[in-house]
Design a protein around this ligand. Structure first.
Ligand code: NAD
Length: 432
């Protein structure tokens, strides 16, 4: 099939590359000229394991192409996936849909035969209705169908998640579109993916409900870890004991820093905004947002405790600054709250991240990037393990760190407290 992905970011590029790998002809469009030029040269704009190889293979095979010409890409494609960003509005909590509607207006003037227009971007319930209204002003409904096909991939595992999704949700009542889309996804369905056909509004809401639920799960275990710390109970054991119950499940049940990333923070806010519009109080999600906001302050208080109330001039090293491992995504990472706060209190921050130096810290004085783990930690008073990269799982701290009184605050619980005690390392974790 001929597909067009509009927006070549985490979702558009990964889905485009994966669809082309399944044998479709895909054009990935973006209005970022540099990004498209780079992609044509084989330079991948994001860090995502396996993506570079997949893009290069399918670009060479001529099944995957890149363009800035949206109108042309739409006119030669059968299925149009909208994958642009839907960030939180400035000074508000609603989703900013300006990128979506800009694209929709452009699409309307490029259609002369039947196209399926799909929102893969996360959009508030009823956005599909609005898109349909906008396009109908220019085109007869026989030329298009608007479908919701929310994306559930996780950064860092995106290619696997695309190829082996738990479910594919298609929100449409249009029979023709449903047949075409079931066929498009048939290679994944035959590998075991569940295919769920719902109304468009339902599909839109499923995405927000799923993200809000996962954010709740993380927040739940984070709060419980605070109680564990008072009781000498290990939160890891609680997670295992709870997760063994199939009704609960162990995933997204690991205590750590505040959740971040490009989805949970903005999607929890947006669903509250939608519910408020309909005068419905989603009080659980409101509490989740509040608790998550407090999480970074709580962990900062623990840093203060660990350093016996003295943060000024302390050399603190962050291992990992992205919101989770295996991605370069800094959006809403809890580091963006914690590092500036520690700097304000007089700390000297060094950080290492496997995905390199971050533009977010360039203008903050006393925040330095080190190009490897050993350089980053060697002069530290406190090492904070902030993300769960495999690179951080077997460091010989005693050998590398010069200051023999150094401490470790493992916010991901990747080391064993017993082994650290045996080595006489002052080690602090979450919920233990
Ligand atoms: P992103 O910011 O990485 O990518 C969006 C891309 O769209 C950018 O490259 C931007 O230049 C491009 N763009 C914006 N306006 C355009 C236009 N008019 N024409 C062409 N290109 C345009 O965003 P993302 O992380 O890929 O997220 C996209 C959507 O998917 C969001 O709604 C997000 O909530 C949702 N989503 C994201 C993830 C994730 O893990 N990142 C997972 C599931 C769903």
């Amino acid at each position: 099939m001929k597909l067009c992905m509009i927006g070549t970011g985490y979702v558009g590029l990964v889905s485009g590359a994966c669809f082309s790998d399944l044998g479709n002809h895909v054009i990935c469009v973006d209005n970022d000229i540099k990004k498209i030029e780079n992609l044509k040269k084989g330079i991948i704009p994001i860090y995502e394991p396996g993506l570079s190889e997949l893009v290069q293979k399918n670009y060479k095979n001529n099944r995957l192409n890149f363009s800035t010409n949206l109108k042309n890409a739409v006119s030669i494609s059968d299925i149009i996936f909208i994958c642009v960003g839907t960030p939180t509005k400035k000074n508000g909590s609603a989703a900013d849909l300006s990128q979506i509607f800009n694209v929709v207006k452009e699409i309307s003037s490029s259609i002369s035969k039947f196209k399926i227009i799909i929102t893969k971007s996360t959009v508030p319930v009823t956005t599909g209705d609005e898109i349909e209204k906008i396009i109908s002003m220019k085109l007869s409904k026989k030329f298009f169908s608007v479908v919701s096909n929310p994306e559930f991939l996780r950064e860092g595992e995106a290619i696997r998640d695309f190829n082996y999704p738990d479910r594919i949700v298609i929100g449409s009542n249009d029979k023709k579109s449903n047949v075409i889309l079931k066929n498009l996804y048939s290679p994944l369905i035959s590998k075991g993916a569940k295919y769920f056909n719902s109304s468009r509004r339902t599909a839109e809401l499923i995405k927000y409900a799923s993200n809000a639920f996962l954010a709740t799960k993380i927040t739940f275990i984070n709060e419980l870890s605070n109680l564990c710390e008072k009781l000498s109970v290990n939160i890891e054991d609680i997670s295992i004991g709870m997760g063994l119950d199939k009704r609960i499940g162990g995933r997204f049940l690991r205590a750590g820093p505040a959740y971040g990333g490009s989805c949970f923070p903005k999607d929890t806010k947006a669903i509250i905004h939608t519910a408020d519009k309909f005068k419905i109080n989603l009080s659980i999600i409101k509490s989740v947002i509040k608790s998550n906001k407090n999480r970074s302050s709580l962990l900062l208080n623990r840093v203060l405790e660990i350093l016996n109330g003295k943060i000024k001039k302390k050399k603190i090293c962050f291992l990992g600054v992205t919101f989770k491992a295996n991605t370069d995504d800094m959006r809403d990472s809890s580091c963006l709250t914690m590092i500036p706060s520690l700097i304000k209190q007089g700390a000297l921050i060094n950080y290492y991240d496997p995905t390199g130096k971050k533009k977010e810290f360039i203008n903050i004085s006393n925040v330095c990037f080190s190009k490897d783990i050993a350089t980053a930690i060697k002069d530290s008073d406190l090492i904070i393990i902030h993300t769960e990269w495999n690179d951080f799982k077997s460091i010989n701290f005693k050998k590398i760190v010069k200051n023999k009184k150094f401490k470790i605050f493992d916010m991901r619980n990747i080391y064993s407290s017993t082994k650290m005690n045996e080595q006489k390392i002052k080690y602090f974790a979450i919920g233990r």
